[in-house]
Design a protein around this ligand. Sequence first.
Ligand SMILES: *[C@@H]1O[C@H](CO)[C@@H](O)[C@H](O)[C@H]1NC(C)=O
Ligand SMILES: *[C@@H]1O[C@H](CO)[C@@H](O)[C@H](O)[C@H]1NC(C)=O
Ligand SMILES: [Cu+2]
Length: 194
Amino acid sequence: MKASSGALLAAVAFAAVAATAVATTYTVGGTDKWDTYIDYDKWTAGKTFMVGDTIEFKYMPYHNVLEVTEEDYAACNPGSPISTHSGGDTTFNLTAAGTRYFICGIPRHCLNGTMHVKITTIPYGAAAGPGGPAQAPLGSTPADAFAPGPAGYRVAMDAAGKSPVAAPSDAPRYRQPAAAVAGLALAALVALVA
Ligand SMILES: *[C@@H]1O[C@H](CO)[C@@H](O)[C@H](O)[C@H]1NC(C)=O
Ligand SMILES: *[C@@H]1O[C@H](CO)[C@@H](O)[C@H](O)[C@H]1NC(C)=O
Ligand SMILES: [Cu+2]
């Protein structure tokens, strides 16, 4: 009896840990970081940002990061930011589903240097299907290649298709819920036997 409840506790604890260790941190732009003349639409294409993930801007101190409205993003207007950040290393926690807009506020870096990125976050665990928030890589794999299916399949395709950065860290996120389910199943079995 004592051994069984110990196993039950262990299984439940394992399931809890597996279910919570899921966040991914993305360096915006990957190895190109936050700089002029980087195509950030290309960088976000094929990535699935989920609630709980973190994005980190790494940049030379002469740049900055402004979170702006969709309107100001479209116009590259640094005049009324939601928040302003500088110093070379700025992190945002993606705590809610939705789209957030970021630009560099230095004159011409947004308009002429492409320093603008929008991040669309979906609820944790939601599948990014065709027509969903995630976009197909520009000018690479056709959208048709992403057949409707489990999120894990799509991410595997994305990782194989492009994304020289941050792609491998996507994979464990999808395995962990499965591990959690396995842990709970084990716990149920142990409880039954005990
Ligand atoms: C993001 O979340 C972490 C962990 O909860 C926290 O330590 C950090 O201060 C948060 N960062 C921001 C910018 O909110
Ligand atoms: C910067 O972008 C603006 C707007 O697109 C354009 O009119 C201007 O010619 C560009 N300047 C340079 C130096 O590329
Ligand atoms: Cu800049």
